[in-house]
Design a protein around this ligand. Structure first.
Ligand code: ZN
Ligand code: ZN
Length: 322
């Protein structure tokens, strides 16, 4: 009897809880349990143009909150950038980067470039000199700029595109991340272009380099160009600077004491981003559609997708700074 009366009371409380959200009052989503603030000191000074400051910003839910203003130089200070394109079809994997296709991460060594026509089942691929084995690749800032254009001209067909850090030495990009992450009423989709509302950048690695939207590999390939990523999953374009399309484990990480996957950065909403696999090599089985879940030590946090997927996380769980 005691138990059933408890259930009745619980049901009444549930009823009132539901009905109160149906009237015109504003409902706020309150985070329960652990909420881990962004630690500004996690960002490496080598990636910052100026010290991180706290500023008030409007968030995507219309509220105002303290955010960290993070001005980055869009260059990796904690690992070597490149190489991207090998020079000759005889080069081994140490001379080139990686390519991501069909969920698989491939080494872009000389053999990969030699094999492109077979790999993509398209005989128009011919990115090397059949006599010398020299790979056709961009070699100046102008060539990098022109070959990276999605409407690449015919003169850059069958080019391996490689833009060097020296081409983007004076860039800076500013990001605002809420100091205290706050759940959105529903997951926020990433923007896919200038007309869409969500942000396209997913977050920042501890070195200040962005975890970017998936690389438009179909556009790149349609022009018979290859814009490899280096072994750390990054490459350069003149507007964005150095940016990541895959997490391969080469950036600064914070290992966890409980066997959980290591932390590698923050999403744009301030929630932590962690590697895909825990120290035993297992992927979490309870990730939500955003690729996040909650535990008592870390609160809500994300786990990145496999490197070969050309993807990090699927949507934002929390609100972001406009
Ligand atoms: Zn890119
Ligand atoms: Zn986790």
């Amino acid at each position: 009897m005691k138990n059933s009366s408890f259930i009745v009371i619980a049901a009444i409380q549930l009823f009132f809880a539901c009905s109160s959200s149906n009237d015109n009052t504003t409902t706020t989503t309150t985070e329960t349990g652990t909420v881990v603030k962004v630690n500004a000191a996690d960002f490496l000074s080598g990636g910052l143009v100026e010290p991180i400051t706290t500023v008030s910003r409007t968030l995507s839910d219309g509220t105002t909150a303290d955010c960290y203003k993070i001005v980055v130089n869009s260059l990796a200070s904690d690992h070597t950038m490149g190489p991207w394109c090998p020079t000759n079809i005889s080069d081994d994997a140490s001379k080139g980067g990686i390519w991501l296709e069909g969920g698989v991460k491939y080494d872009v060594d000389g053999a990969f470039v030699k094999n492109l026509a077979t790999f993509y089942k398209d005989s128009n691929w011919m990115m090397y000199n059949a006599t010398t084995g020299a790979i056709t690749k961009t070699s100046t800032k102008t060539e990098c700029e022109e070959a990276a254009n999605p409407n690449v001209g015919a003169q850059y067909k069958n080019f391996c595109v490689e833009c060097l850090p020296s081409y983007v030495a004076n860039l800076s990009h500013t990001y605002y991340i809420p100091v205290t992450p706050k759940a959105a009423s529903s997951p926020i989709a990433f923007g896919t272009g200038p007309m869409s509302s969500g942000p396209s950048v997913r977050g920042l690695a501890f070195n200040g380099v962005v975890f970017d939207a998936p690389a438009p590999t179909s556009v790149i390939l349609a022009a018979y160009t290859l814009a490899p990523f280096d072994d750390a999953g990054g490459h350069i374009n003149l507007a964005a600077g150095y940016h990541y399309h895959a997490a391969t484990g080469l950036t600064t990480k914070k290992t966890q004491t409980d066997g959980h996957a290591a932390m590698i950065g923050y999403a744009l909403d301030g929630y932590g981003i962690y590697e895909r696999l825990d120290t035993a090599g297992n992927e979490s089985t309870d990730l939500d559609a955003s690729r996040g879940h909650t535990d008592t030590s870390r609160g809500y946090h994300y786990h990145v997708d496999a490197a070969g997927k050309n993807n990090f996380i699927n949507s934002l769980h929390g609100v972001y700074a406009k």
